[in-house]
Design a binder for this molecule. Sequence first.
Ligand code: GTB
Length: 218
Amino acid sequence: MTPTITAFADSPDGGVGLARDMRVRWALEEVGQPYDVKLVSFGEMKQPAHLSRNPFGQIPTFEDGALKLFESGAIIFHIAEQHPGLLPTEPQARMRAIMWMFAALSTLEPPIIDLEQSGFIDRGQPWESDARMEVLKDRIRVRLQQLADWLGDSDWLDGDFSAGDLMMIMVLRRLEGDNLVEDYPTLVAYMARGMARPAYGRAYDAQHQVYLAASAAR
Ligand code: GTB
């Protein structure tokens, strides 16, 4: 059966693949699993049909037969469990790759989201200030340095490319435009390696086509 994922009908990211369907598309492309995409508007995301897929009214979701999943981490973990290519078969290496998925989502992504929130949503609010932005950036710099130190001369986080790298690179991409990753050449090269993968290119093009179609219809 062909799984169906959900994505923004008109992504606010301008078609650059920053919405979280991109990471799911990339995982599906890596393992060679074709997929359908159901596009949802912001309004539809809060309606019962979508809330039955994700009670938080967000994308992405994943449906395959009777299985309905939300949370990009759970979806990619499932894809990686179902198909070879994203997790090592050796049990300890497999667990370490899963650990890196968690690290991306629970150690790297939260401070990055805090910065995003401050930069866009909270800008101009009384609790926001340049000083707070700098504190948030410094928190991220600590993590970026630690990640760069871990990577060293390695191509990937632990052996071969894995779902851990996929998730980490997508999380790091969220810093585009913030001039933070650029101070860590190791991470710039790491991201470029991931984004040069053909599967990444196919996923990027697919989500970009959605954006182009939505722009044309506007
Ligand atoms: N923890 C969940 C997961 O990993 O799947 C988070 C899902 C999530 O945040 N989904 C966002 C969403 O549905 C889209 S990706 N938001 C709508 C809502 O909550 O009502 C986050 C996102 C949105 C936009 C940009 N952008 O414009 O650059 C980037 C990322």
